[in-house]
Design a protein around this ligand. Sequence first.
Ligand SMILES: Cc1cc2nc3c(=O)[nH]c(=O)nc-3n(C[C@H](O)[C@H](O)[C@H](O)COP(=O)(O)OP(=O)(O)OC[C@H]3O[C@@H](n4cnc5c(N)ncnc54)[C@H](O)[C@@H]3O)c2cc1C
Length: 599
Amino acid sequence: MATSVLSKPAAKGGSFLLDSPAPQDIFTPADLTDDQKLIGQTAEEFVIKEVFPHIKDLEAKKPGLMAELTRKAAGLGLLSGGTPEQYGGAGLDKISTTILTEKISIYGGFATTHGAHAGIGTLPIVYFGTEEQKKKYLPKLASGELIGAYCLSEPQAGSDAQNSLTRAELNQEGTHYVLNGQKMWITNGGFADLFIVFAKVDGEKLTAFIVEKAFPGCKPGNEEHKMGIHGSSTTPIFLENCMVPKENLLHEIGRGHIVAFNVLNAGRFTLGASCVGGGKHVLMTASKYAKERKAFGKSIGEFGLMKEKLAEMAIRMFAVESMIYRSAGYMEAALHAASGSGDSSQNTMKVLEEYAIESSISKVYGSEMLDFVVDEAVQIFGGYGFHEDYTVCRAYRDSRVNRIFEGTNEINRMLIIQMLMKRAMAGQLALIPAALKLADEILAGPSYEEAPEGVLAEEARVIANGKKIFLQAAGGAMQKYGEKIADEQELIGALANIVMEIFAMESSLLRAQKAATHKGEAAASVMIDAARVFIAEAAERIDHEAKRALATVHEGDMLTTQLAVLKRFGKRRTVDTITLRRRVAASVQAQDRYPFEGR
Ligand SMILES: Cc1cc2nc3c(=O)[nH]c(=O)nc-3n(C[C@H](O)[C@H](O)[C@H](O)COP(=O)(O)OP(=O)(O)OC[C@H]3O[C@@H](n4cnc5c(N)ncnc54)[C@H](O)[C@@H]3O)c2cc1C
């Protein structure tokens, strides 16, 4: 348990846009306990020893193999981190489930299978099941006797999940719901035994059901021919007069969207962690290859443009890892504070909702980081990266889906801003007073600022100004459009990008400062370099997004004034990112791996 962090009250979800926490107030991988590290190690070793030798067969969909390996993982408790011990689960804390997910995700096919079973296939029952449902199904899901799946999407209803055409009607005897419809893209569909199915009762009220494969009328279709994650099963599920006992209705009639969205919140967060695990493995592979592969009489890893790639892969991973463990720390602290009062499943859901913004950021930023990492890895491998015999080729294909499932990145970008606005309007997040205060500051004109001192002090100033830029851009947008901002998707996208950059920059900064405090500046120097590069370039991206936003919101003299204000907030020293990246690359290449593991 991360007691040092748990002793502090958790920051509120989204509050990173307003507050400036101290480095010791955030959780970082350096705070992982030995027990938590051991859980990660067990998960990683399982995949390396038990799954890797079968990848060829898994990719060829050898019948029964993925199900067998999934059950084997269950035997080690790797499938039941989120299931309480009283129902046969491992009952892990949030930080432990985060590292478990990260480390089990070094092979995309297995990561997806695991996520569908242990996450979205099991958690609906953990959070919303009745005592009877929990007792009946959770121990079997935890042991792998049953493999779970989650059936929300339909051929015509993906992002627009509420447009479900699957129907549920209570039979005349009042004993069963009769389900009719088709689900699409169901992970684990080919071998799952238990499905969380969403259907509309009386054609109107979206409702969740627990459906056993053995129920008459429930049938998986053929495997889809996908671009990647070939090791995982994805099929449609056909429901033809499928008889579901009425005791298997999950939660309440017409509350299926609550089940779906809460579970997706959890899924989005873990997907980010999964991307970090996948990325680390790819970086290791790319660094080793760059050492071995010769061109022009040298290892290609000696070329500056190859070093730059390895460094940037590590730097972006560092930012995502920092955000994810910071968020996991907040969630765990909030869960810890709530424990002992109320229902623990309800507490978990409240916490998931509290950090829904951070979860969407984790999903979007994590999946885009991994796509960058696998793309650069293919480039480092040259022609061989384009060949199926090399693992980076598979990793490239496997990564792409992360931007699509668990809510597309477009949907999540919109959610980030919608959730922030909702919290601001409800007075839960003081964005409106902060924007008004900023307007006064802008009117007052520039004030004298002392040069900041201390580790990454200039970067801390840049981030504080980044938050002002967000308030400036979002404040103007809200003033102009109000609730109609929902129709301005490109603007929302730009604002969401700024929000994500701020969270990523600040998480990187605080982690590096914390490392410098605990280990000394010299020992943390490469991490400091990584944070400086990341923050310098994220600040450029914020400038770019803010300009786009301001230009669509304002015009004429007002636009000129707003751009002058942006210039003032965006003022910063130029950083020699080339030299800093070389140092980060040297650290990657010295060990052929991600250099900030557990730090
Ligand atoms: C390999 C794989 C596994 C999957 N596993 C599961 C699973 O286990 N269970 C399950 O239920 N589902 C699963 N899915 C489905 C997945 O969740 C959906 O594919 C996803 O939600 C997107 O829906 P869609 O494919 O219908 O795309 P659409 O919703 O048609 O979206 C197409 C494009 O339009 C954009 N778009 C849609 N609406 C808007 C909007 N309002 N504003 C702006 N842009 C918009 C999207 O961002 C996207 O770029 C899986 C999908 C894949 C590919």
